[in-house]
Design a protein around this ligand. Structure first.
Ligand SMILES: Cc1cc2nc3c(=O)[nH]c(=O)nc-3n(C[C@H](O)[C@H](O)[C@H](O)COP(=O)(O)OP(=O)(O)OC[C@H]3O[C@@H](n4cnc5c(N)ncnc54)[C@H](O)[C@@H]3O)c2cc1C
Length: 484
C-alpha cells in the first residue's frame, strides 16, 4: 500500500504532462492573439455597447488577417471545445459578438477591397465598416446599399438584412449580395452564391443573422452610382403638434415612392436639445431630385407648426450620408450604456397608437428615450417573404426604440421604460429586426425570422450540426427527426 501511494506524485505529473501535451497538440492560432495577460486585452474585449460587454471576458481574442487565420481559429476552438464568437464592427447591441470563455474571432482588420467599375461590383473583406466602404466607393463614384452608422461592420449589417438610404431604390443591403465566402463549423472555406451547391447558405446569409452558420471572410456586392441628391432636415420643438407630425410622416413617406428616404426621429420631451444641437422632433432624409422640388413637396411639413430647423439643400452623396448620420447621432459618451429594441411597422399607426407613443415620449423619465422610424417599402418589398432569410418584406418601416443612461444606477428604470413602450406598441407592430436584438423577447426566433425559422434551423443543422456557433439568441440546429 505504501509503495503504491508513493507513486501518486508521479501519476499527477504524468496526468499534467499528458494534458499539456494535448493542449500543444491543438492547431495553432495565427493572426494577432490577445489573452488576459496582454495590455490591449481590456479594451479589445469590449463591444460598442459598454453596458452589455463590460462583464464579458473572452478566453482569447484572435485578430485575423486572412481566411486561413479564421480557419485555424475554428480548428483551435473545436480542439479546445471552446465556444466561438465572430466580430467585425462590434455594434451588436447585446454584445453577442463577445462573451466569457469564448474564442473571439475578430475580422475587423480584414479590410481589403477590389472594385470592378465596369461591372459595378465590389469584393470586400468582412472587417470594413459602413463608413469606410461609403468613402472608398465614393472615391470611384459609387456607393452601396448600406446603413446609416459609419461604425457598423458591413458583414454584421448584411447578415442582418441591412436597411439604409438605398433601401427603397435597391432593396435591403443583402439584396445586393452576389456571393459570400464563409468558414463553416468544420473550418472549411465555402463560396456561396445564389445558384451553386451552397445556395442555402447564401439564402441564410441574407438576414439569417451573424454567428449562426459560419464566419464570413469575403463579400461580393453590387455597387451603385453615387447620385447627387437633396438632403433635408426639418426639426421641431416639443411644444409643436407632435402627433400631427408623426401622422403626416407616415402618410407622406410610407408609400412606395422611391425618390424619398426618410427617418422620423423622436426624442423624449426632456431631451437636452441645446446641448446636443439637435431638435427633439425631426424629419430627415434624402430626396432624389432638386431642392426646389423637395421644398415644394415638403410644404405640408413646413406648414405644420413652426419647424425651427429647415434645411433642404443639394448635396453630393457623401455629404448626404454624413449629414444623415450626424442628425441621428445618439451616443452621449464614448463608453455608451444603452438598451435598444424595435419592431416592424406593417400598417400605418392609427391615431390611438400615435397618441400613446407621443404620450410616452412626453412623460418619459429618461431624457434619452428615443424612437426612430426607418422608412422601408419600395424595393425592399419586391420579394416574397421566403425569397431570403430576411422575412419582413411587407414592412412599411422599422421602429428603433432606444434609451441610454449616464449612471448605471438608472439602467433598470430606463430599461423597464423602453420595454413597456415596446410592449404597448405590440398591437400595431410585428417582430423585431435581427440587427436590433432584444434579450427581453422570449420567442426571438419567430420575432426575427417569422416563417423562415424552419428553413434556417435546417440550414443550421447542415452547416453547424453541433452548434459550435452558439450564443444566447442563436439559431439552434433542427432536431434529427425534422424533415428538412
Ligand atoms: C449605432 C448603430 C446604428 C445602426 N444602424 C443601422 C442601420 O442604419 N441599418 C441597419 O440595418 N442596421 C443598423 N444597426 C444594426 C446593425 O446592422 C447590426 O447590429 C449589425 O449586426 C452590427 O454589425 P457589426 O459587424 O458592427 O457588429 P458585430 O457585433 O461585430 O456583429 C454582429 C453579429 O454578427 C456576428 N458577426 C460579426 N462578424 C461576422 C462575420 N464576419 N461572420 C459571421 N458573423 C459575424 C457577430 O457574432 C454578432 O452576432 C445599427 C446598430 C448600431 C449599434
Amino acid at each position: 500500500m505504501k509503495k503504491w501511494t508513493s507513486l501518486l506524485p508521479l501519476l499527477f505529473l504524468f496526468l499534467w504532462f499528458s494534458s499539456s501535451y494535448a493542449i500543444d497538440n491543438c492547431p495553432k492560432l495565427t493572426g494577432q492573439i490577445l489573452t488576459k495577460n496582454n495590455t490591449d486585452y481590456n479594451q479589445s474585449r469590449l463591444d460598442s455597447n459598454y453596458y452589455t460587454s463590460k462583464n464579458k471576458f473572452p478566453d482569447v481574442i484572435v485578430y485575423c488577417k486572412t481566411a486561413q487565420d479564421v480557419q485555424n481559429a475554428i480548428q483551435y476552438a473545436r480542439c479546445k471545445k471552446l465556444p466561438v464568437r465572430a466580430r467585425s464592427g462590434g455594434h451588436n447591441h447585446l454584445s453577442y459578438s463577445t462573451g466569457t470563455g469564448v474564442v473571439l474571432i475578430d475580422v475587423s482588420r480584414m479590410k481589403k477591397i477590389i472594385v470592378n467599375k465596369d461591372k459595378q461590383i465590389a469584393v470586400v473583406e468582412p472587417g470594413m465598416t459602413g463608413g469606410e466602404l461609403y468613402r472608398r466607393l465614393y472615391a470611384d463614384g459609387f456607393t452601396q446599399a448600406g446603413g446609416t452608422c459609419s461604425g457598423v461592420g458591413i458583414s454584421g449589417l448584411i447578415l442582418s438584412g441591412g436597411m439604409g438610404p438605398l433601401a427603397r431604390k435597391q432593396g435591403m443591403a443583402c439584396d445586393s449580395l452576389l456571393s459570400i465566402d464563409v468558414v463553416d463549423a468544420k473550418g472549411q472555406l465555402l463560396h456561396a452564391t445564389k445558384d451553386n451547391a451552397y445556395k442555402d447558405l447564401f439564402w441564410a446569409s441574407c438576414g439569417g443573422g451573424g454567428n449562426n452558420f459560419g464566419i464570413v471572410t469575403s463579400i461580393q456586392l453590387k455597387v451603385y452610382p453615387a447620385d447627387k441628391v437633396t438632403w433635408f432636415n426639418l426639426g421641431w420643438d416639443w411644444n409643436q403638434p407632435v402627433e400631427q407630425i408623426i401622422s403626416l410622416w407616415q402618410t407622406f413617406f410610407l408609400n412606395d415612392d422611391k425618390r424619398w428616404y426618410s427617418h422620423l426621429d423622436l426624442w423624449a420631451k426632456t431631451f437636452p436639445a441645446q446641448k446636443f444641437h439637435q431638435q427633439p422632433i425631426k424629419v430627415i432624409g434624402i430626396f432624389w431630385g432638386t431642392p426646389e422640388e423637395a421644398k415644394r413637396e415638403l410644404t405640408p411639413f413646413l406648414k405644420l407648426g413652426h419647424p425651427v430647423t429647415q434645411i433642404i439643400e443639394a448635396a453630393n452623396w457623401q455629404k448626404a450620408i454624413l449629414e444623415l448620420e450626424d442628425a441621428v447621432k445618439v451616443y452621449t459618451t464614448s463608453k455608451p450604456e444603452y438598451k435598444s429594441s424595435g419592431a416592424f411597422v406593417m400598417q400605418n399607426f392609427p391615431p390611438q397608437a400615435i397618441h400613446d407613443l407621443a404620450s410616452r415620449l412626453n412623460n418619459a423619465t429618461s431624457p434619452f428615450l428615443n424612437v426612430v422610424f426607418f422608412s422601408l417599402g419600395g424595393a425592399t418589398n419586391e420579394h416574397a417573404t421566403n425569397d431570403t432569410a430576411y422575412f419582413y418584406r411587407r414592412a412599411k418601416s422599422f421602429a428603433v426604440y432606444s434609451t441610454q443612461w449616464l449612471k448605471t444606477a438608472d439602467a433598470t428604470k430606463y430599461i423597464h421604460e423602453i420595454d413597456s413602450l415596446r410592449v404597448n406598441l405590440l398591437p400595431y407592430t410585428q417582430g423585431d429586426y435581427i440587427g436590433n436584438q432584444d434579450s427581453e423577447i422570449k420567442d426571438y426566433l419567430t420575432a426575427y425570422y417569422g416563417n423562415n425559422v424552419h428553413q434556417l434551423r435546417c440550414i443550421k443543422r447542415k452547416y453547424d450540426p453541433t452548434n459550435l456557433f452558439h450564443f444566447e439568441q442563436g439559431i439552434p440546429p433542427a432536431p434529427a427527426d425534422w424533415r428538412c
